[in-house]
Design a binder for this molecule. Sequence first.
Ligand SMILES: NC(=O)c1ccc[n+]([C@@H]2O[C@H](COP(=O)([O-])OP(=O)(O)OC[C@H]3O[C@@H](n4cnc5c(N)ncnc54)[C@H](OP(=O)(O)O)[C@@H]3O)[C@@H](O)[C@H]2O)c1
Length: 355
Amino acid sequence: MHGAVVLGASGLVGQRLQQRLANHPMFIVRALAGSQRTAGIDPSELPWGLEGQAPSLELPPVLDVQDPGLVERLHGLGVSWAFSAVPSDVALTLEPRLVEGGIRVCSNASAYRRRSDIPLVVADVNPHHLQTRPVGSVLHACATNCTLIPLLMPYLALHRAFGVRTYTATSEQARSGAGYGLLRGEVPLTFDIPGEAEKTMGELTWIAGDLHEGTVHPSTIDGEMRCQRVDQADGHIIDVVFELSNHATQPDVEAALDAFATHPDAAGLPSAPHRPMMRVAGPIDRDRHLWADGLSFPMHVNPANDLQAGMATVVGDVRMDGPRHVRLRSLSHNTVRGAAGGVVLLAELASTRWA
Ligand SMILES: NC(=O)c1ccc[n+]([C@@H]2O[C@H](COP(=O)([O-])OP(=O)(O)OC[C@H]3O[C@@H](n4cnc5c(N)ncnc54)[C@H](OP(=O)(O)O)[C@@H]3O)[C@@H](O)[C@H]2O)c1
């Protein structure tokens, strides 16, 4: 078992991480860390904001990420892995400090995404990008933005089958995508999400890019995107039209979506869903499809045990607008697949590669 610290433990993603690691077969949480606001608090006193009980973990008081002796304290607690769910500006200095101290870091923050020396990985899609150089000396990897997932899965399925010339997407993003503040109504709901579209479109070019001699060469992908918030608790939906390079029929398109499979390197990992994407014949239902696991749509999930639940993207309302335009809607659980579940899956993969 690898000892782990959750950075940003009072936050929404930090608590999803604790939930997913509570009974994990490869990782055990040995410490929590946060800002000076929560440092020193007994972990059982952090307010729990997710469905179900807080995991009962016997842990020391919350560590302060600013503590100059943090790395030594983590080593003393048997921590060799960090799951990062702190704001990006905090991650910028915290994550390299841990990596330099010999702690492996898997991050949900955006600070080190799209860097030539740090892999950006969706484990069941581009696991080979973990070989981005200098692997072995820098044990640091990032998961993607939550909004990318429902765009990425159908994009790749259609691009591999027919080529995609361009896409036009609009997101409908849940409140939990902006953390507990917006989920709990402590900050006002605004519909515009500045910078989100550029981030998402940029990450698509990286994940779809080729790896040559340890360097990722991002793809050139033509697209347009608009990102907006909706007044829903969980789940990001993308409404998208893909323009294909080659003609296709509705059955061809459905077959290509259905054939999209887990990369063999990730198959069998505890958090890998049976399939990364499921297709429904009719419309997407946010409540019914949120916890898709690649085989079914479970309704009464225990996220601390059901590691595959919420990890599959669901596409629906698939239809052709002429022979080269595919219109569909796509749903992903943003705090599970798009955040904590995605980064735990990444760590599961990385633990098979990193010494
Ligand atoms: N929500 C999502 O769907 C989602 C998806 C993908 C990625 N992410 C990324 O995950 C990270 C966390 O997001 P969230 O949704 O969990 O937000 P959140 O609910 O607002 O939680 C923020 C966390 O950051 C910590 N924090 C704030 N300022 C800090 C500081 N100066 N030093 C150390 N810790 C500090 C807070 O800890 P204290 O209480 O101790 O201050 C809290 O635990 C962000 O980088 C976000 O972009 C989120």
